[in-house]
Design a protein around this ligand. Structure first.
Ligand SMILES: CC(C)(COP(=O)(O)OP(=O)(O)OC[C@H]1O[C@@H](n2cnc3c(N)ncnc32)[C@H](O)[C@@H]1OP(=O)(O)O)[C@@H](O)C(=O)NCCC(=O)NCCS
Length: 140
Protein backbone atom coordinates (compact mmCIF):
# COMPACT_ATOMS: atom_id res chain seq x y z
CA UNK A 1 0.00 0.00 0.00
CA UNK A 2 1.80 3.07 -1.28
CA UNK A 3 1.24 6.64 -0.23
CA UNK A 4 2.78 10.07 -0.78
CA UNK A 5 3.15 13.14 1.44
CA UNK A 6 2.44 16.66 0.19
CA UNK A 7 2.95 20.11 1.74
CA UNK A 8 -0.30 22.01 1.02
CA UNK A 9 -2.13 25.21 1.86
CA UNK A 10 -5.65 25.23 3.29
CA UNK A 11 -6.71 27.18 0.22
CA UNK A 12 -5.58 24.41 -2.14
CA UNK A 13 -6.50 21.29 -0.18
CA UNK A 14 -9.37 22.23 2.16
CA UNK A 15 -11.87 19.54 1.02
CA UNK A 16 -9.36 16.71 1.46
CA UNK A 17 -8.04 17.99 4.79
CA UNK A 18 -11.60 18.40 6.02
CA UNK A 19 -12.57 14.89 4.92
CA UNK A 20 -9.80 13.25 7.00
CA UNK A 21 -10.41 15.38 10.09
CA UNK A 22 -14.19 14.95 9.91
CA UNK A 23 -13.76 11.17 9.76
CA UNK A 24 -11.11 10.89 12.48
CA UNK A 25 -11.72 13.72 14.97
CA UNK A 26 -15.42 14.55 14.56
CA UNK A 27 -16.96 11.16 13.78
CA UNK A 28 -14.48 8.70 15.36
CA UNK A 29 -13.35 10.73 18.39
CA UNK A 30 -16.54 12.83 18.84
CA UNK A 31 -14.68 16.15 18.91
CA UNK A 32 -17.18 19.03 18.71
CA UNK A 33 -17.40 20.65 15.28
CA UNK A 34 -16.83 24.14 16.70
CA UNK A 35 -13.63 22.98 18.44
CA UNK A 36 -12.27 21.18 15.38
CA UNK A 37 -12.68 24.18 13.05
CA UNK A 38 -10.88 26.72 15.20
CA UNK A 39 -10.11 29.32 12.54
CA UNK A 40 -6.36 28.58 12.58
CA UNK A 41 -6.22 26.48 9.41
CA UNK A 42 -5.92 29.34 6.94
CA UNK A 43 -2.65 30.54 8.47
CA UNK A 44 -1.22 27.05 9.13
CA UNK A 45 1.12 24.98 6.99
CA UNK A 46 -0.50 21.59 6.24
CA UNK A 47 0.77 18.18 5.22
CA UNK A 48 -1.56 15.84 3.33
CA UNK A 49 -1.05 12.10 2.76
CA UNK A 50 -2.55 10.60 -0.41
CA UNK A 51 -2.98 6.97 -1.42
CA UNK A 52 -1.68 5.86 -4.83
CA UNK A 53 -5.25 6.33 -6.12
CA UNK A 54 -5.36 9.93 -4.88
CA UNK A 55 -7.52 9.37 -1.79
CA UNK A 56 -6.81 11.58 1.23
CA UNK A 57 -5.62 9.21 3.97
CA UNK A 58 -3.95 11.46 6.53
CA UNK A 59 -3.02 15.01 7.47
CA UNK A 60 -1.39 17.32 10.02
CA UNK A 61 -0.68 21.02 10.49
CA UNK A 62 1.80 23.42 12.06
CA UNK A 63 0.83 26.94 13.17
CA UNK A 64 3.04 30.00 12.60
CA UNK A 65 3.94 29.79 16.32
CA UNK A 66 5.46 26.30 15.73
CA UNK A 67 2.58 24.43 17.38
CA UNK A 68 1.96 21.07 15.66
CA UNK A 69 -1.49 19.52 15.69
CA UNK A 70 -4.42 17.79 14.02
CA UNK A 71 -2.36 14.74 13.02
CA UNK A 72 -4.80 12.10 11.79
CA UNK A 73 -4.61 8.93 9.73
CA UNK A 74 -7.67 7.12 8.38
CA UNK A 75 -8.26 3.89 10.38
CA UNK A 76 -7.50 1.46 7.54
CA UNK A 77 -4.13 3.16 6.96
CA UNK A 78 -2.84 3.11 10.55
CA UNK A 79 0.29 1.22 11.46
CA UNK A 80 1.84 1.76 8.01
CA UNK A 81 4.03 4.77 8.92
CA UNK A 82 1.69 7.34 7.37
CA UNK A 83 1.58 9.25 10.67
CA UNK A 84 5.37 9.09 10.91
CA UNK A 85 5.72 10.54 7.39
CA UNK A 86 3.25 13.34 8.19
CA UNK A 87 5.09 14.32 11.39
CA UNK A 88 8.45 14.15 9.58
CA UNK A 89 7.00 16.49 6.93
CA UNK A 90 5.87 18.97 9.59
CA UNK A 91 9.25 18.82 11.37
CA UNK A 92 11.08 19.35 8.07
CA UNK A 93 8.97 22.45 7.45
CA UNK A 94 9.74 23.73 10.97
CA UNK A 95 13.47 23.23 10.34
CA UNK A 96 13.25 24.99 6.98
CA UNK A 97 11.68 27.98 8.77
CA UNK A 98 14.47 27.86 11.40
CA UNK A 99 12.01 27.46 14.26
CA UNK A 100 14.14 26.85 17.38
CA UNK A 101 11.62 24.33 18.76
CA UNK A 102 8.17 22.87 18.17
CA UNK A 103 5.46 21.91 20.65
CA UNK A 104 2.26 19.90 20.50
CA UNK A 105 -0.57 18.72 22.72
CA UNK A 106 -0.58 14.94 22.38
CA UNK A 107 -3.54 12.76 23.14
CA UNK A 108 -2.33 10.51 25.97
CA UNK A 109 -3.36 7.39 24.01
CA UNK A 110 -1.03 8.48 21.18
CA UNK A 111 2.06 9.17 23.36
CA UNK A 112 3.91 6.02 22.17
CA UNK A 113 3.68 7.38 18.62
CA UNK A 114 5.34 10.70 19.57
CA UNK A 115 7.99 9.08 21.81
CA UNK A 116 9.74 7.74 18.70
CA UNK A 117 10.65 11.32 17.74
CA UNK A 118 12.36 12.47 20.95
CA UNK A 119 9.79 14.91 22.29
CA UNK A 120 10.14 15.97 25.94
CA UNK A 121 6.93 15.59 27.98
CA UNK A 122 5.93 18.60 30.06
CA UNK A 123 3.63 19.24 33.02
CA UNK A 124 0.38 17.70 34.13
CA UNK A 125 -2.11 16.03 31.78
CA UNK A 126 -5.06 18.23 30.82
CA UNK A 127 -8.40 17.85 29.07
CA UNK A 128 -9.02 19.33 25.61
CA UNK A 129 -12.15 18.55 23.56
CA UNK A 130 -13.00 15.97 26.24
CA UNK A 131 -9.78 14.00 25.59
CA UNK A 132 -6.76 13.70 27.98
CA UNK A 133 -3.66 15.44 26.60
CA UNK A 134 -0.01 16.01 27.54
CA UNK A 135 2.21 18.89 26.35
CA UNK A 136 5.27 17.82 24.33
CA UNK A 137 8.19 19.97 23.23
CA UNK A 138 11.27 19.37 21.08
CA UNK A 139 14.28 21.56 20.26
CA UNK A 140 15.22 21.49 16.58
C1 LIG B 1 -1.81 8.54 16.15
C2 LIG B 1 -1.82 8.29 14.63
C3 LIG B 1 -1.74 9.63 13.90
C4 LIG B 1 -0.58 7.44 14.29
O1 LIG B 1 -0.54 7.25 12.87
P1 LIG B 1 0.00 5.89 12.22
O2 LIG B 1 0.15 6.12 10.77
O3 LIG B 1 -0.88 4.76 12.65
O4 LIG B 1 1.40 5.76 12.95
P2 LIG B 1 2.71 4.99 12.40
O5 LIG B 1 2.32 3.82 11.58
O6 LIG B 1 3.59 5.99 11.75
O7 LIG B 1 3.30 4.51 13.79
C5 LIG B 1 4.62 4.74 14.21
C6 LIG B 1 4.82 4.04 15.53
O8 LIG B 1 3.93 4.59 16.54
C7 LIG B 1 3.13 3.56 17.11
N1 LIG B 1 1.78 4.08 17.32
C8 LIG B 1 1.06 4.77 16.43
N2 LIG B 1 -0.13 5.12 16.96
C9 LIG B 1 -0.15 4.63 18.21
C10 LIG B 1 -1.10 4.67 19.25
N3 LIG B 1 -2.30 5.31 19.12
N4 LIG B 1 -0.79 4.05 20.42
C11 LIG B 1 0.40 3.40 20.54
N5 LIG B 1 1.34 3.35 19.59
C12 LIG B 1 1.07 3.97 18.43
C13 LIG B 1 3.11 2.47 16.06
O9 LIG B 1 2.86 1.22 16.66
C14 LIG B 1 4.49 2.55 15.47
O10 LIG B 1 5.41 1.89 16.28
P3 LIG B 1 6.68 1.10 15.64
O11 LIG B 1 7.53 2.17 15.00
O12 LIG B 1 7.30 0.44 16.82
O13 LIG B 1 6.10 0.17 14.64
C15 LIG B 1 -3.09 7.50 14.18
O14 LIG B 1 -3.19 6.34 14.96
C16 LIG B 1 -4.38 8.29 14.31
O15 LIG B 1 -4.78 9.02 13.41
N6 LIG B 1 -5.09 8.14 15.45
C17 LIG B 1 -6.36 8.83 15.64
C18 LIG B 1 -6.17 10.32 15.76
C19 LIG B 1 -5.15 10.69 16.81
O16 LIG B 1 -5.13 10.13 17.90
N7 LIG B 1 -4.30 11.66 16.46
C20 LIG B 1 -3.27 12.13 17.35
C21 LIG B 1 -3.77 13.34 18.04
S1 LIG B 1 -2.59 13.92 19.24
Amino acid sequence: MNFTIHPVTWHDAEPMLRAVREAVFIREQSVLVELEWDGLDETSHHVLALSSTGQAIGCGRILPNAHIGRIAVMPEWRGKKVGTAILEGLLAYASSRHYPEVDLDAQVQALPFYRNFGFIEEGEDFMDAGIPHRKLRMKL
